[in-house]
Design a protein around this ligand. Structure first.
Ligand SMILES: Nc1ncnc2c1ncn2[C@@H]1O[C@H](COP(=O)(O)OP(=O)(O)OP(=O)(O)O)[C@@H](O)[C@H]1O
Ligand SMILES: [Mg+2]
Length: 300
């Protein structure tokens, strides 16, 4: 229910932002604070991105707190995928992975012409991200590891963190188009709508069933010396993931109360297994004299 209020907050009946660009006091009484910047999709130009599982458009989003508009990609997702994107975005930010700025964008049916997967609803709150111009997919096989590390900061540590994050959220969709190189010389993660999946799970079954975590295979293939140096920072990263997974503000992020508990159980149980996944991936046991300098195994 609060998604509808967010979608209506700050927007007049004709679909424009309120003159004061603010959520009304009545709304703030009932709404938990929005976890991301709120905005509203402007009129033309709105470009549809082809080849996406659910409709994705690019357009200008009016963001009141910026008192201006930003270029953004907006995903017209069903409620479950919207919630999954929002929760994963919150987690990624919490563990400091590089992401584009997330937005919750009010989209009006009358602006969308042919693309409107929301039946008779006049407005919908959608997940968006601020656009990086000229972003390119990361084809890991096409560039040498040293170029990826030096030019884009995509070194083995970041690669392993992304792999572990995908393990935490159950994401099997980290293909080249969901890891982008930006013209600023950075790498950013996008697109977690297929996360929180798993065959046989009542609420999150995914078809087709989740595939393997390809990035984790890359970490396994690193040299022993490199895996040893990753051990300590990755343990710290797993600890940050576990802490974050236990702090997710579901009431802020997820409209459907019925999803809160299954999402919590799913993510917390995956967080619990993360240290084991790390140990298994690195394949280096905690033996005295064999651990990297300065590494102290965690207390049980
Ligand atoms: N913030 C962004 N900056 C630049 N490009 C973006 C951004 N967000 C999305 N894109 C582009 O739009 C494409 C589609 O977005 P996204 O991956 O979120 O949708 P999708 O339908 O889930 O895609 P797919 O199913 O093909 O993985 C991306 O592959 C990327 O090229
Ligand atoms: Mg994608």
């Amino acid at each position: 229910m609060h998604y509808i209020l967010y979608a209506e907050a700050g927007v007049t009946d004709d679909g424009n932002m309120r003159a004061d660009n603010r959520i009304s006091p009545d709304d703030t009484m009932t709404l938990p604070p929005a976890p991301f910047l709120l905005g509203s999709l402007n009129r033309e130009p709105i470009t549809r991105i082809s080849g996406c599982a659910h409709p994705v458009v690019r357009g200008r989003v009016h963001v009141p707190v910026h008192t201006g508009s930003v270029d953004a990609f907006i995903k017209l997702l069903p409620p479950r995928e919207f919630a999954v994107e929002s929760v994963c975005e919150w987690l990624a930010r919490e563990v400091e992975l590089p992401m584009p700025e997330p937005l919750w964008v009010t989209v009006h049916r009358q602006r969308m012409r042919t693309v409107w997967p929301f039946g008779n609803d006049e407005t919908q709150l959608c997940f968006g991200t601020q656009a990086f111009n000229l972003a390119r997919p990361v084809h890991l096989g096409d560039q040498s590891r040293s170029v990826l590390a030096q030019a884009y900061g995509l070194d083995s540590l970041l690669l392993a963190k992304i792999a572990l994050f995908d393990e935490l959220i159950g994401n099997d969709d980290r293909h080249a188009g969901n890891l982008l190189l930006t013209p600023r010389g950075t790498v950013v993660l996008i697109d977690h709508e297929r996360a929180l999946g798993g065959t046989g799970l009542a609420l999150f079954s995914t078809a087709p069933p989740p595939g393997p975590n390809q990035l984790l295979h890359r970490v396994r293939a690193l040299s022993v010396a490199e895996r040893a140096t990753l051990k300590s920072p990755l343990r710290a990263f797993c600890a940050a993931c576990t802490t974050a997974a236990c702090r997710i503000p579901y009431t802020q992020l997820v409209n459907a109360e019925a999803l809160h508990e299954p999402m919590r159980v799913y993510l917390e149980s995956r967080a619990e297994r993360l240290f084991d996944t790390l140990e298994e991936t690195l394949g280096i046991r905690d033996l005295p004299g064999l651990n990297p300098a300065g590494f102290h195994p965690l207390a049980p």
